[in-house]
Design a protein around this ligand. Structure first.
Ligand SMILES: Cc1cc2nc3c(=O)[nH]c(=O)nc-3n(C[C@H](O)[C@H](O)[C@H](O)COP(=O)(O)OP(=O)(O)OC[C@H]3O[C@@H](n4cnc5c(N)ncnc54)[C@H](O)[C@@H]3O)c2cc1C
Length: 543
């Protein structure tokens, strides 16, 4: 049952109540209801994804940021970025952020998972242990144009019978050959990687995206899609905002009661799970709900007049984000994204092609290659700070190659090539904290971007390295002008400070730590430390 009407649930009892239907919530509600004797209520603040063209058509993804499907959060002023505030997107719709994201299917490096296992003291989080779940999730399918994909991925590291569709690019772009040629021309610094999802991520390779038949394969379309949603034991309540989790019995510390509203707080209701509540509201809203429930740093919550029920100081701390700069080169071509974006007739034509045949430029998100790269081992930064990457085969920065400008709306004139550079192993940490004791008010999100010398050094070097990539012969005659003439550290910093944004990959505010660690929000079984009845399943990260 998918409903926005509370009356549809009258008389029903739930073993589990899951808060938030994004990546984490969709999976957990689906897996729990595999057992017909287990009943689940999944509560989502946003509305249905049904029939939303911009969500379904991958090429329209840039219209989703700052739309009605986005929570539209804003960060606090970022000191290192000329005090600019940054927009923070999160999906406000069934499927959560998987309904508005860029769909890139990135598993990460095997060393990242092994670090989780190490820190949590739980082998279950290692790369090898997680393989069976990674495979259960993935269904690798043919791209929209059904081209021959030999040499573009490694079938051995994929599964072909999971739940979420994954495919390679389905519409080739004018820069594909030049990019591939550069990986042989400059193979030492920018090697081709046949499949960056093998556990060995370093190099440049073809993007794999959570797309099937040219259509977004979100958690709403898959785990909560037609094959599962009619289960009589699965209930989804839309347009419902969870405010707090309440202590169920006066027996501390059991939290199984969820308080919510459907009319901006005018009336509130509660539902109690007979077994457990699972919060899957994401990196921004999970700590927000916990803190309003009195679970957090007691001194800090006291200042807001929130009654403390469980002192857990790590809640909302450790916010980790990957800063990105979208570097835009002016190019000598009209075969780029802006040609379609600024011509309404052409846009209507490609939209019709997508609607009728699931073909054409709208079958892909606006990127065709990704690179995961490291600073050289002898970089001067490593004389000042230890290498923060999870291991020697894990990247420090990411390159994202787009055949056009990513600005929305498209620039009025000119054609572009964007090489976005992002710090993939950032060391800056920020926090999510409350603005007031009113759970309907948005929290204060402070990423604290570029508060470390490592992040600053890496973003500068990533830009310099990108310039070397584009100086290869493969790009002869293509590039007309660089995004900036900056070359010194000071000049580059000015450019970065005006142009850096968040990559919308925040993690860490409900961090996982070992059972014995005094810090962390959840243990390796995802139970909130020191409480019973309450787990967190969303974008976590180790402290
Ligand atoms: C623009 C953009 C592009 C991205 N691109 C990529 C990409 O290409 N590849 C990739 O792997 N990742 C990408 N990401 C990140 C990725 O989508 C997220 O990391 C992931 O979806 C996080 O999953 P989650 O379950 O933690 O939270 P979400 O998917 O955000 O789910 C949380 C859900 O909880 C709901 N919720 C929150 N608060 C409440 C409340 N109080 N009451 C009820 N419901 C609530 C939300 O509405 C939402 O549905 C991108 C993100 C953005 C914004």
């Amino acid at each position: 049952v998918v409903t926005s009407t509370l009356d549809d649930l009258i008389g029903k009892q739930f073993d589990f109540v899951v808060v938030g239907a994004g990546a984490g919530g969709g999976v957990i509600a689906n897996r729990l209801t595999e057992d017909p004797d287990v009943s689940v209520l999944l509560i989502e603040a946003g509305g249905s994804n049904e029939g939303v063209l911009d969500v379904a058509a991958p090429g329209l993804v840039n219209l989703l940021v700052n739309s009605a499907w986005d929570w539209n959060f804003t960060s606090t002023p970022q000191t290192a970025l000329n005090n600019r505030t940054l927009s923070v997107s999160r999906g406000f719709i069934l499927g959560g952020t998987t309904s508005i994201n860029q769909m890139v299917y990135t598993r990460g490096s095997s060393e990242d998972y092994d670090l989780w296992a190490n820190i949590t003291d739980d082998e279950g989080w290692s790369w090898d242990s997680l393989q069976k779940y990674i495979r259960k999730n993935e269904r690798f399918t043919s791209p929209a144009d059904h081209h021959n994909t030999t040499g573009q991925f490694d079938p051995d590291v994929h599964s072909f019978d999971g739940i979420v569709d994954v495919s390679l690019q389905g519409f080739s772009t004018g820069i594909d050959n030049r990019t591939i040629q550069t990986t042989s021309e400059l193979s030492e610094e920018f090697p081709f990687n046949l499949d960056m999802n093998s556990g060995y991520q370093l190099g440049i390779g073809w993007v794999q995206a959570t797309i099937g038949n040219g259509t977004r394969s979100s958690s709403a379309a898959t785990y909560l899609g037609p094959s599962f949603i009619s289960r009589p034991n699965l209930h989804v309540l839309l347009n419902t905002r969870v405010l707090r989790i309440l202590q169920t019995e006066n027996k501390q510390p059991n939290f199984r009661t969820v308080e919510f509203t459907q009319d901006s707080g005018e009336t509130t209701h509660t539902v109690t799970a007979s077994k457990e509540v699972i919060i899957s509201a994401g990196t921004i809203m999970t700590p927000h709900i916990l803190m309003h429930s009195g679970i957090g740093d007691s001194e800090e919550l006291d200042l807001l007049g929130i009654r403390i029920v469980h002192h857990l100081p790590s809640v909302g701390k450790n916010l980790t984000e990957q800063p990105i700069v979208r570097n835009k080169w002016l190019v000598n071509s009209t075969d780029t994204l802006e040609t379609i974006a600024r011509n309404d007739t052409l846009l209507a034509e490609v939209t019709e092609e997508w609607e009728r045949r699931r073909m054409g430029p709208l079958v892909d998100p606006p990127l065709s290659f990704i690179g995961w790269l490291r600073l050289p081992d002898n970089s001067s930064i490593f004389q000042q700070v230890p290498d923060p990457a999870a291991g020697p085969n894990t990247s420090h920065y990411e390159l994202i190659v787009t055949n056009g400008a990513l600005a929305q709306p498209a620039p009025a004139t000119g054609n572009f090539l964007t090489f976005s550079t992002s710090v993939s192993s950032p060391t800056s940490r920020g926090s999510v904290f409350l603005n007031s004791s009113n759970p309907l008010q948005y929290p204060l999100i402070n990423f604290n971007l570029f508060s470390t010398t490592f992040d600053r050094f890496t973003v500068r070097e990533a830009f310099r390295n990108t310039k070397r990539f584009l100086a290869a012969h493969s790009w002869d005659g293509y590039i007309l002008a660089p995004p900036t003439n900056a070359t010194t550290d000071e000049e580059l910093d000015e450019y970065i400070n005006e142009n850096a944004a968040t990559e919308n990959h925040p993690v860490g505010t409900a961090a996982m730590a070992s059972k014995s660690a005094a810090y962390g929000v959840v243990d390796p079984d995802l139970r909130v430390k020191g409480l019973s009845g309450l787990r967190i399943v969303d974008a976590f990260y180790e402290m």
